[in-house]
Design a protein around this ligand. Structure first.
Ligand SMILES: CC(C)(COP(=O)(O)OP(=O)(O)OC[C@H]1O[C@@H](n2cnc3c(N)ncnc32)[C@H](O)[C@@H]1OP(=O)(O)O)[C@@H](O)C(=O)NCCC(=O)NCCS
Length: 132
């Protein structure tokens, strides 16, 4: 989307990410520690989307992704997800996994980007193998 850039976050972005998380996931607090990597989508100096990867040992987990409601369906979520996957590939993490509620439309975004359902239920486990 024109005017939107996606980049890895720095600590200066944490306030903006926390604000967006509060808007999208009111019951979840931002919890940035060692092994947590955030990507942000920025438009006009404001954070309008984020992707959160957690690196714990061998595993790369996409812990969360969100785009502010008024800018959805413009390709920002896909850009964030592609950046997160490319980053995992660059640092040698072959697989990226995630959990998502089966009814969440985000499953379509994940499937489009090569994630397969590994375990199906109310909450699905999805994995992208070898970050292809
Ligand atoms: C999931 C989310 C991040 C997608 O962001 P987005 O910027 O709207 O996604 P994109 O525009 O890049 O969508 C890319 C593709 O994914 C699929 N997709 C995304 N949202 C969809 C929806 N609501 N319904 C159906 N398909 C959808 C479509 O195939 C879409 O391509 P298209 O628009 O050309 O049809 C956004 O809807 C969101 O923030 N949701 C609330 C938070 C959330 O539930 N996050 C996931 C769990 S952590």
């Amino acid at each position: 989307m024109k005017g939107v850039s996606v980049r890895i976050a720095t600590e200066d972005d944490y306030g903006g990410i926390a604000g967006l998380m509060e808007e999208l996931f009111p019951r979840k607090a931002m919890n940035a520690g060692t092994g947590d990597v955030y990507f942000v989508a920025e438009a006009c100096g404001a954070i309008v989307g984020f992707a959160h990867i957690v690196l714990r040992g061998e595993k790369a987990v996409l812990q969360g992704i969100g785009v502010t409601e008024e800018l959805r369906r413009k390709g920002i979520g896909a850009l964030l997800l592609e950046s997160a996957i490319a980053y995992c590939r660059e640092i040698g993490q072959s697989d990226v996994c995630l959990k998502v509620k089966a009814l969440n439309p985000a499953t379509r975004l994940y499937a489009k980007k090569g994630f397969f359902v590994m375990q199906f239920g109310d909450v699905c486990s999805m994995t992208k193998k070898e970050a292809t």
